[in-house]
Design a protein around this ligand. Structure first.
Ligand code: F6R
Length: 247
């Protein structure tokens, strides 16, 4: 696990974008796993800027998003389809058919999960970008999720719905379920880039670095992955003992 300490959110966003830009330039057909939420927004801004000002093209890039709420149409401003469109996709030249996000409106959700996992297996994700929940979730794999889970329907915990209520009118309005790539789906990625910023994440980051591996703390599975880079800012690292780590 390689840890890159950066001063703040802006530096984290820049470093993360630089990792992706390098892969996008190196590979003929890069496949990138993406996250939503507050954490990667700055990274998307940097990528958009590289597209608009430096001519970086996404024509040959394929993307897979981690998750989508169940029951929100793609047009709902709080759906992750909408988030990705507004925050990133509509500003770049990625072909529509290269974008993959679980369909939270599928009539047969189990079939949708199988379809999504099969696509991931076919395309193979080069770099998966992750945020981390305050409870240690990655994607929407909540504490207690089996490390063997592939893409599945999940019930969001009260704490996750509370944490995401800031985007909705109320905590009650946050959907109760989502489709998420499973922990095993995430672990298939060749490289994983986990981003963490702010005091809100300090406890989860410290718990991750404690080295205890348990399904009660989903992010701890990353200790089993051969190629993980964590980019975290000073606030997110404020409760972590960094002795003996690559910084
Ligand atoms: C988002 C996702 C979640 C978030 C996590 C952190 O697609 O899967 O795991 O990465 O909840 O969210 P923020 O970045 O809003 O703190």
């Amino acid at each position: 696990m390689k840890i890159i300490r950066v001063p703040d959110y802006e530096a984290m966003s820049k470093q993360a974008a630089d990792v992706l830009i390098k892969r996008i330039k190196e590979l003929p057909a890069p496949v990138i796993g993406l996250a939503t939420g507050s954490t990667p927004k700055g990274m998307y801004e940097q990528l958009i800027s590289a597209h608009q000002n430096e001519g970086l093209s996404f024509r040959h890039v394929t993307t897979f998003n981690l998750d989508e709420y169940i029951g929100l149409p793609p047009s709902d401003p709080n759906s992750y389809h909408s988030f990705m469109q507004e925050t990133f996709f509509r500003h770049i030249d990625i072909p529509l058919e290269n974008i993959h996000i679980p369909n939270g409106e599928a009539a047969l959700l189990e079939n949708e999960c199988t379809r999504y996992e099969a696509l991931i297996d076919k395309k193979e994700i080069d770099v998966q970008v992750l945020g981390i929940g305050e409870n240690g979730h990655i994607g929407f794999n909540e504490p207690g999720t089996s490390f063997d889970q592939i893409t599945h329907v999940t019930t969001l915990t009260h704490s996750t719905r509370q944490a995401n209520a800031r985007f909705f009118q109320s905590a009650e309005a946050v959907p109760k379920q989502a489709i998420t790539m499973g922990i095993a789906s995430i672990m298939k990625s060749r490289k994983i880039l986990l981003l963490a910023s702010g005091l809100r994440k300090a406890e989860a980051v410290a718990r991750l670095f404690s080295g205890n591996i348990s399904e009660d703390f989903p992010a701890s599975v990353l200790h089993h992955h051969p190629c993980v880079t964590i980019i975290a800012d000073n606030e997110a690292l404020s409760l972590s003992n960094m002795k003996g780590r690559t910084i």
